[in-house]
Design a protein around this ligand. Structure first.
Ligand SMILES: Cc1ncc(COP(=O)(O)O)c(C=O)c1O
Length: 400
């Protein structure tokens, strides 16, 4: 297989550093490689595989839709997209939705809607304020709104009119407002930035600032949404209603889909001809998303995430505190960041030797854990055992 990987390395534009094995299949929270090794998938395609791998109901729904019709363009109605729009409107603050194929595209739609809504009111507001260490995507607009200079390098000039303020700092946000500010865009929990929780009252404070200055409040719920934190949207924990929010990742359980959820202020500005997406609302992807929504909202999975999230907290405690590898566990529900005492960027490589897949964020200082929402308590125990072993090996190697 090394030969096949070498060949692929020659063909791929090398934007990723894949390891020396091939993933062959998945089952629940487990992935299996071509060497027959099994891994607990504690990152789930980066918060994507909400129902885990090879979920029976998901496979049935996707196969059934694929055998009916796979694509029609948005010029026609299809039942899965219609059902999904109704489910999302029922589950959230949204009055209407726009379907995209990815997180970045959902954010693009939302940012365009914010500008367009001001334009419709005869205003020239075009500026956006975002947070330092945010992550909003890799397209030119969304990478500009990503408050991490390393992602801008070599791609300048960035979109004009974007400013950056420290996450959690309401005074800085208020001070950054100008008469041209169109919208504030933040993540209700910063994912890629290190699983950073907002301080108490931050989201409500942003709502107040946006209202006082006549701009829109936009939440990027691409990583935090679709039940990942124990509520359908993470902003639901605070009861704060934005003007727009975006979903992607967990929505399709691996089928590529994003959604822009528009509240009343943004739901009427994108009219025919103003915005579009060839694949957005693809019926196979929407059929997958309907299974996710049904399981979360109708079949008790959302409540289960609250329970397993609490269990996760307890189970991780032996890794935290004096004489142990971590300082704290951040995040909520099943979006967690284990804050390590020492940066360990190569921990994912060591963890794989212990049959565990994890992610690292914040320069290797935080282990990002976002397992399938269906993970059981026993599987959480197995995850913690493997992570402890990996951290011990990393610690032994560092002190050797
Ligand atoms: C909060 C957030 N926004 C946007 C994106 C971009 O999503 P995509 O990679 O689907 O374009 C990501 C991806 O990691 C994300 O975590």
């Amino acid at each position: 297989m090394t030969q096949a990987i070498d060949k692929a390395r020659d063909c791929f534009i090398p934007t990723y550093r894949q390891p020396e094995f091939i993933i062959e299949r998945g089952e629940g929270v487990y992935l299996f490689d071509d060497r027959g090794r099994r891994y607990i998938d504690a990152i789930a395609g980066i918060a994507v595989n909400s129902l885990g791998h090879n979920d029976e109901e998901m496979v049935r729904a996707v196969s059934a839709q694929a055998s009916r019709v796979t694509h029609t363009s948005n010029l026609y109605w299809t039942a899965p997209a219609m059902e999904l729009s109704e489910r999302l409107v029922a589950a959230t603050f949204a009055e209407r939705v726009f379907f995209a194929n990815s997180g970045a595209e959902a954010n693009e739609a939302m940012l365009k809607a914010a500008r367009r809504a001001h334009f419709d009111r005869g205003s020239k507001r075009f500026e956006f304020i975002t947070a330092i260490n945010s992550f909003h995507g890799r397209t030119m607009a969304t990478v500009t709104l990503t408050g991490q200079p390393k992602y801008h390098q070599g791609f300048e000039p960035m979109l004009p009119g974007v400013s950056y303020v420290p996450y959690g700092d309401l005074e800085a946000m208020a001070a950054a407002m100008t008469p041209q500010t169109a919208a504030i865009l933040v993540e209700p929990i910063q994912g890629e930035g290190g699983v950073v929780m907002p301080p108490e009252g931050y989201l409500a404070g942003l709502r107040q600032i946006a209202d006082e200055h006549g701009c829109f409040l936009l939440f990027d719920e691409i990583q935090t949404g679709v039940g990942r934190t124990g509520k359908f949207l993470a902003c639901d924990h605070d009861g704060v209603i934005p003007d727009g929010a975006t979903l992607a990742k967990g929505l399709g359980n691996g089928m590529p889909i994003g959604a822009f959820l528009a509240g009343p202020a943004l739901s009427a500005c994108l009219v025919p001809g103003t915005h579009a997406s060839t694949f957005g609302g693809n019926p196979v992807c929407c059929a997958a998303a309907n299974v996710v929504l049904r399981r979360l909202m109708d079949k008790g999975l959302l409540e289960q995430v609250v329970e397993t999230g609490k269990y996760f907290d307890q189970a991780m405690q032996p890794l935290i505190g004096a004489g142990r590898p971590a300082n704290a566990l951040r995040g909520r529900g099943l979006l967690r960041g284990l804050e390590l005492k020492k940066d360990t960027p190569d921990l994912p490589v060591i963890a794989r030797k212990h049959g565990l897949m994890i992610g690292m964020v914040a320069g290797g200082g935080v282990v990002r854990l976002a397992p399938p929402l269906t993970i059981s308590k026993d599987e959480i125990d197995a995850l913690v055992t493997a992570l402890s072993a990996a951290l011990k090996e990393a610690g032994d190697a560092a002190s050797a």
